[in-house]
Design a protein around this ligand. Structure first.
Ligand SMILES: [Fe+2]
Length: 199
């Protein structure tokens, strides 16, 4: 059977699952999770150092591997334009697939917003290195390239699961409760994508 035929055949199921997801997905707001009172202006050209991290309470630190995980997890989220590009190309803009992809993209966008704001106000990572890495990454436009929509379905299911695990595990290793809550929130979002689309 051709991929297009398979997609057409299961499209009504995708539509029902999308409807179910829209019925149970809980709205949440990145700005309500970010501790903006930790924030201070950054001086232009100032050099960041690990000691600049400020998690509100004295004595809380962030371990280097956790910092690196946050950095990489955010870069993964920042590549969202290319995930959307490939899903749109493989599944099309019409029908339930298009609607699903656009809604998924809108929901995914919250992840980088909440993580970047948290990391910036907490000075958890070097903001200059982070921005330079984002520029390199997004300019490069390199993402996995599934051959067709069936491969993409398998890939996205695995990717969402892997991202959930990565975010949750990173959150668990943070000593800052707010950081843990944010990473857990983002991880749960990846879960809701899986549970709404993979059954
Ligand atoms: Fe995400």
């Amino acid at each position: 059977m051709e991929v297009a035929q398979i997609l057409a055949e299961i499209e009504p199921v995708a539509g029902r699952l999308l409807e179910r997801h829209m019925g149970v997905a809980k709205e949440w707001f990145p700005h309500e999770m970010v501790p903006y009172d930790r924030g201070k202006n950054f001086e232009s050209g100032a050099q960041w150092s690990p000691g600049d991290a400020d998690f509100g309470d004295a004595g809380i630190e962030i371990d280097e591997p956790v910092r690196d995980a946050l950095f990489l997890n955010l870069l993964t989220e920042d590549n969202l334009p290319y995930y959307f590009r490939d899903i749109d190309r493989l599944f099309g803009s019409d029908s339930s697939y298009g609607e699903w992809a656009r809604n998924w993209t809108a929901e995914e966008g919250r992840h980088s917003i909440v993580m970047r704001d948290y990391m910036t106000v907490s000075r958890a990572v070097d903001p200059v290195a982070l921005e330079r890495a984002r520029m390199i990454q997004v300019r490069g436009g390199q993402v996995p390239d599934p051959g067709d929509a069936i491969e993409a379905l398998a890939y996205v299911s695995m990717q969402e699961l892997a991202t959930r695990i990565s975010h949750r595990n990173t959150g668990k290793l943070m000593k800052d409760e707010i950081g843990t809550a944010i990473m857990s929130r983002v991880g749960n979002d990846e879960t809701s994508t899986i549970s709404s689309t993979a059954t």
